[in-house]
Design a protein around this ligand. Structure first.
Ligand code: SAH
Ligand code: SF4
Ligand code: F3S
Length: 474
């Protein structure tokens, strides 16, 4: 908050006539200036863009989805794999003609790549005016002012406290039914392959009260599903400074579930080392907490998991899946997998394939290992699996996951699920799309009176590896 106050003072400047130009006058002027934001990477980044939009909106700037009419372009970037960074660099090149055409256009790089590359960005890319890391978004109005004055604006300070708890996100790309709520920031794990601890800083949890009030506000506005976001939601821990009481993730889940039985609650991502039986029991006891867990395994080999510093082994992971099956029998699990990590052998790879079969993932996000500068793996291990082998193993993993997903979906035919209608299906305005509690996308024919945000019972009639098709039943 302090930042805001000092900034307000800064903006009280004298105008040409010698009278005082107040912040409000500035805001009026800002109304005619529009910002455009494009996001890459994980859901946290998309959620951060909504915080950025709220901060800019508070300054009076308007948002636009049309890049051509923007006075400011922000690109919220991801560093997780080399390819993610490449696509951002490519996109920045597209902005060159826009800047040529409109020299007063401000271009800002936000997010993880801004944090990783810092001032290097300004040296590398002449067209960039602003570089702001994930904890520096409150400073954006100030950085914009600098850019306006012809300077470059950079702030890559990582905070131990910032959670943007008081900022009500401005919903971009909204369907009016589902929304993300950020519950924590940063990550204190040190998975050896991962750049996130370096780009997002230390883990910190947001006050449970602001999370519940954001969920309540969304519900009042017609939203029917919230997804609680964090890199490792199971280690959510908030200490109430007034009562000295701690809220853990299971308690937070319950608090959000109690907002209203008609509000669905999801969360992502869970870490196998931290997901507790208390969380699973809370899920089982609350019908509106969705029966779906994204529980990335990364590798099926205990030896590789140790090199990855995931702090669990194959047996531990299997034990967690067994606990899920026992406590929440209708729960579905999905995963992230990295293939071709340092020293991975054919036998390790087989263990990953075997784990995928055993865990019966409904779907997985699958990648081949991409070494990230500065990470523990880059410092200590040799990236020694040849690219062709990485690609071949990835193909094998994708092929297997497709088979498993197909089988998973085929087994749903004939069942009836409660589906939350999210809107029109991509292919046809005669069809609705929505998901069941288990996070499966279902497409079905519209029926009179039903609209987005309604719950309907849908009987599944056919399935592909990605989607289920069905009809509304009464
Ligand atoms: N916090 C989450 C993951 C966030 S990153 C968790 O711990 O599960 C999303 C996924 O990107 C990871 O699960 C991992 O599968 C993948 N990933 C991360 N770093 C990677 C790298 N260097 N190369 C390839 N994939 C990577
Ligand atoms: Fe990265 Fe591991 Fe943290 Fe996930 S838990 S963000 S993979 S360091
Ligand atoms: Fe990418 Fe940063 Fe998310 S590196 S995956 S945008 S936390």
């Amino acid at each position: 908050m302090e930042l805001h106050n000092s900034h307000q003072q800064e903006l009280i400047a004298e105008d040409q006539q010698g009278s005082v130009l107040s912040l409000d006058r500035d805001k009026e002027f800002n109304v005619n200036r529009k910002f455009y934001i494009e996001s890459y990477g994980c859901q946290m980044n998309f959620s951060d863009s909504e915080i950025v939009a709220a901060i800019l909106n508070q300054e009076g700037f308007g948002s636009t989805r049309n890049i051509e009419e923007a006075d400011m372009i922000f690109i919220n970037t991801c560093s997780i794999r080399e390819k993610a960074e490449e696509s951002v660099r490519k996109r920045l090149k597209d902005f060159r003609p826009l800047k040529k055409h409109k020299p007063e256009l401000t271009i800002g790089v936000l997010g993880c790549m801004a944090e990783r590359l810092k001032s290097k960005f300004l040296e590398e890319e002449q067209l960039v005016d602003i570089v702001a890391g994930p904890d520096a978004y409150r400073d954006l109005p100030n950085l914009l002012k600098k850019a306006e004055d012809g300077d470059k604006g950079i702030n890559v300070f990582l905070s131990r406290e910032e959670t943007y708890a008081d900022i009500s996100p401005m919903r971009l790309d909204e369907n009016g039914v589902t929304a993300f709520i950020s519950i924590m920031r940063g990550c204190d794990n040190m998975c050896s392959f991962c750049v996130v601890p370096f780009t997002r800083g230390r883990e910190r949890s947001r006050s449970s009260y602001t999370i519940v009030s954001e969920a309540t506000d969304l519900f009042m506005r017609g939203y029917r599903e919230v997804t609680l976001l964090g890199q490792n939601v199971d280690s959510y821990k908030w200490l109430n400074p007034e009562t000295n009481e701690i809220t853990n993730f299971a308690q937070l889940l319950e608090m959000v579930a109690k907002v209203n039985p008609l509000l669905r609650v999801r969360f992502s991502t869970s870490h196998p080392k931290d997901i507790t039986d208390e969380v699973l029991n809370t899920m089982a006891q609350n019908p509106n907490i969705c029966k779906y867990i994204h529980l990335p395994v990364q590798s099926g080999s205990s030896r590789i998991l140790e090199l990855m510093n995931r702090t669990y082994d194959r047996e531990w992971y299997k034990n967690r899946i067994q606990a899920i099956r026992q406590i929440i029998p209708d729960c579905v699990v999905s995963s992230d997998i990295i293939t071709g990590f340092c020293t991975e052998t054919t036998a390790d790879h087989q263990e990953t394939l075997n784990m995928m079969e055993w865990a019966n993932y409904s779907m997985s996000y699958m990648f081949y290992y991409s070494e990230r500068p500065g990470t523990p793996a880059a410092k200590k291990l040799k990236d020694d699996v040849p690219l062709e082998i990485k690609k071949a193993r990835l193909n094998e993993i994708i092929r297997l996951q497709n088979q498993i997903s197909h089988r998973h979906n085929q087994s749903e035919i004939g069942k009836t699920f409660e589906v939350l209608i999210e809107g029109n299906s991509k292919r046809s305005t005669d069809m609705f799309k929505g998901r069941n509690s288990q996070n499966k996308m279902i497409v079905f024919q519209k029926k009179a009176h039903y609209k987005a945000g309604d719950y309907v019972m849908v009987k599944i009639e056919s399935a592909s590896s990605a989607t289920l098709m069905g009809s509304i039943v009464n």
